[in-house]
Design a protein around this ligand. Structure first.
Ligand SMILES: [Zn+2]
Length: 812
């Protein structure tokens, strides 16, 4: 049954009995007086009416497709049943991963947001039904977590493994969902569940009892939202308490003797002493967001100092051009400085969303457009790539290069990313405007209307633009009363010759074209301040601002410390980062090279991918010669599409950082003996093809171009076999080992040997004189007495307790 049908059935069957609100009773947000908050106030998405060619279809698809679809998946996968069982409405065990409750809360948050924009009685009824089930599932003391509630309640297990089980991560999302629901509907039922749970949290975790921090951050953000919604300071204190326990041993409960969780959970030192972005990137960005919130609400400067330093670390060394963060899949997190591989980039969709939250808070705190520049980069690239244009296929990691191994999924066992998208998309209009005192800010260019209540006026702004495809737009200004105030319009870094606010990426050429402004048809000076054009004057009803940004195709070059991008170039136009994908380029893009002198042209293609701007030009083709060299192979017209739109037409090659020099291209391998063999292995993790792709790694630990490894096999004997239709004369085998010491579980092997198939079909060891080397960062060659054979086998004995892997094999 589809989610829509279930929603309908649930409503019609009268599973819930309450008075129907046929129209939504939208609550005016009850303003709670807070002692302090951010310097700049955001204009909530609920006060921004969007009618935009680019964003309106996305908002509609999110509410009409993604949210019902995600609820349907929650029904199908037992996420809703877990609550029903916990409420005693049915029998049975817990289904799915222990932290699955969080997905339901996140989609509820998204549903509440989308109700605000578009009333939907069935959705409202469905939410009410789920909330009633949750109320019945909640324990008398406020505890609510289905994993420890079924098949019967297990009070002895509560809080025994908060590092892994994520009770607090789940309820953090509950608090966010509950506040959203309350603000939109005015109904307190969900909020009451949340505050009852938060009250329990305050009782269990405090200086006199448990002092261990949550294993996965998120509750800190939720508690700050509860504080803003209720005005009850104990929730703010609790958020601060959780932040301050990180990096301290304290009283860590039943398993406390295990000590700190380490960098993975940003628990290696107190948060105010942290200077680098480390560990799991979603945890990290939620932590930094929570620190910003608590700093804004308490005035604590130590948190601000720490997150300023960490933000600079990310911008200087750890941000992908798409705005994604998290280089390594192993720990789903940050790599070292400049470690930004493209094909194996993690860039989890959740991390992009969390990074948007964080950068928005940094803007609200510091009143500087550079944070919105980063936010815009994430929004239009890494974040948007996480969801398909039809709204029901998702990416978890968002790589910047593919050989065809990547495709969007309908769902995941761990569904954090789809549910995060569902709640994030409806909130996008909330990043467009802000105000401080009696001045207003225009941060994003989206056709929309909003009325901003400043300290002394009400200002209606009506924005019209074809952004991100065109750089022109106009804004009608209608103050309730004519008055002098300033309008700050963000002039994006890319329109000021600045690729990012650091030296991590730069435009290859600076351009002379500049942003231009007109007020009531007359040219106005840009008067740039912290990335904003500041227009201060007496504004009257009907005044208009015209903005024009230079929408040229720009070549981006990475900092030379980023090894993965050496000899490469990326294309950007406006805020959009482009990629080359196989369907537009006759099936292959890794064999293309865009020379510096190639003329590049942009044009809008309404027929392609729901309408996108494309970049076209002439590339050079490369191919691999038999000796392994990359040589020219003619010219070819190419087409690049926006990165967010890739992976909608099947699997195949894609590249963001295209080759600019021949050696950076990755043409198909030449027909060497190794390449033409039928290759098999005792076990394959990662890629079998990688061992004969003729792409020589920079080192044994280089995972940028994939490898074959035997993980999680440890201490076993494994083999690789190469077979041919006819016999060949062979006298040498070279192996380049994979070894990710310090990062993963692969080491060079204990030993290895080469065998060949004799005339009787038996594998026999070759007659070699030299040793079988296991050195890192080079080929280990074994020469032997020439054999005529149709098959070679490499036998590999792994070290005890370690896996092993192979980067490349050459048989000659
Ligand atoms: Zn995720």
């Amino acid at each position: 049954m589809t989610a829509q049908k279930r929603i309908l059935t649930a409503a019609l069957a009268g599973l819930v009995t309450f008075a129907l609100c046929t129209t939504l009773c939208l609550a005016r947000e009850k303003e709670v007086e807070l002692k302090r908050d951010y310097n700049v106030k955001p204009v909530p998405f609920s006060r921004v009416n969007v009618s935009d060619d680019f964003w309106t279809p996305r908002l509609e698809i999110n509410s009409k497709v993604t949210i019902p679809y995600a609820f349907g998946k929650c029904e199908e996968t037992g996420r809703i049943r877990n609550f029903e069982k916990s409420a005693g409405l049915m029998e049975g065990k817990h289904e799915g991963i222990y932290f699955n409750d969080s997905d339901v809360y996140k989609i509820m948050e998204g549903a509440a947001y989308s109700l605000q924009a578009q009333p939907d009685t069935m959705m409202r009824l469905y939410l009410d039904k789920v909330i009633k089930i949750m109320a019945a599932a909640q324990w008398e003391d406020g505890y609510l977590f289905t994993f420890y509630s079924i098949p019967e309640r297990q009070p002895e297990k509560l809080w025994t493994n908060i590092q892994r089980v994520h009770e607090q991560y789940c309820v953090g999302h509950m608090y966010e969902g509950a506040v959203a629901h309350y603000q939109v509907t005015g109904d307190k039922l969900f909020l009451d569940i949340a505050t009852k749970n938060a009250d329990l949290m305050c009782k269990v975790f405090n200086p006199n009892n448990r002092t261990d921090p949550p294993g996965h951050q998120e509750i800190e953000i939720g508690l700050c939202k509860l504080y803003r919604a209720t005005g009850d300071e104990k929730y703010l204190d609790q958020a601060k308490f959780f932040l301050d326990q990180r990096g301290r041993l304290g009283n860590r409960g039943p398993k406390g003797d295990k000590g700190l969780y380490g960098t993975y959970s940003q628990d290696h030192k107190p948060v105010t002493e942290q200077t680098k972005a480390v560990g799991h990137s979603v945890r990290a960005a939620y932590l930094y967001t929570g620190m910003a919130d608590v700093a804004a609400l308490t005035g604590n400067m130590d948190y601000i100092k720490a997150i300023d330093t960490i933000w600079k670390d990310v911008l200087d060394t750890k941000l992908y051009l798409t705005g994604g963060i998290g280089a390594a899949g192993g720990h789903e997190g940050f790599g070292g400085a400049y470690e930004l591989p493209n094909m194996t980039a993690y860039c989890e969709t959740c991390a992009s969303i969390a990074n948007i939250f964080w950068n928005h808070r940094m803007f609200l705190m510091h009143d500087d457009a550079k944070y919105m520049d980063v936010l815009e980069r994430i929004l239009y690239n890494a974040a948007l790539a996480g969801i398909s244009m039809n709204g029901d296929r998702f990416f978890y990691p968002n790589p910047l290069q593919s050989t065809g191994q990547h495709a969007r999924s309908p769902w995941f066992g761990c569904a954090c990313c789809p549910s995060n998208v569902a709640r994030f998309v409806p909130s996008v209009p909330g990043y467009a405007y802000a105000h401080k005192d009696n001045n207003v800010y225009v941060n994003l260019f989206i056709s929309s209307q909003t009325t901003i209540e400043t300290s002394s006026n009400k200002v209606t702004l009506t924005q019209q633009t074809k952004y991100p495809w065109e750089g022109t737009g106009n804004i009608k200004v209608e103050p309730e009363k004519s008055d002098k105030f300033a309008i700050y319009i963000r002039i994006p870094g890319w329109a000021r010759n600045e690729a990012v606010p650091s030296d991590l990426y730069r435009f290859q050429k600076t351009i002379d074209e500049q942003a231009a402004l007109k007020v009531n048809g007359r040219r106005a000076s840009l008067d740039l301040q912290r990335g904003y054009a500041r227009i201060e004057r007496k504004w009257d009803k009907g005044d208009t601002i015209e903005l024009s940004l230079p929408m040229l195709v720009r070549r981006v070059i990475a900092n030379e410390n980023i090894k993965a991008d050496l000899g490469r170039v990326a294309l950007q136009r406006g805020p959009i980062v482009f990629c080359l994908e196989w369907p537009d380029n006759d099936g292959e893009v890794l064999n293309l090279m865009i020379p510096d002198d190639a003329k590049l042209k942009a044009e809008f293609r309404p027929d392609l991918l729901n309408g996108v701007e494309v970049i076209t030009g002439n590339a050079r083709l490369t191919k691999r010669a038999a000796d392994g060299d990359i040589v020219p192979a003619g010219q070819k017209a190419f087409t690049a599409i926006p990165y967010y739109a890739w992976a909608h037409r099947g699997r195949g090659q894609m590249v963001v950082w295209a080759a600019r020099k021949p050696e950076a291209s990755r043409p198909a391998p030449a027909d060497t003996l190794t390449y033409i063999s039928k290759t098999t292995a005792s076990f394959v993790h990662a890629s079998l093809d990688a061992i004969k792709d003729q792409s020589i790694p920079a080192s044994s630990s280089d995972s940028s171009s994939l490898q074959l490894d035997f993980w999680p096999h440890k201490g076993t004997t494994e083999w690789l076999r190469f077979e041919w239709d006819t016999e060949h004369k062979i006298s040498s085998v070279k192996v380049y080992w994979f070894d990710d010491t310090g990062r993963g579980g692969c080491r060079v092997p204990k030993s290895w040997r080469v065998l060949y198939r004799d005339a009787k079909g038996q594998f026999k060891p070759v007659n070699s004189s030299g040793p079988y080397g296991t050195e890192k960062d080079k080929f280990n060659e074994v020469e032997f007495k020439l054999v005529k054979t149709d098959a070679v086998k490499i036998e590999i004995v792994l070290q005890d307790k370690w896996a092993s892997g192979v980067q490349e094999v050459v048989i000659e």
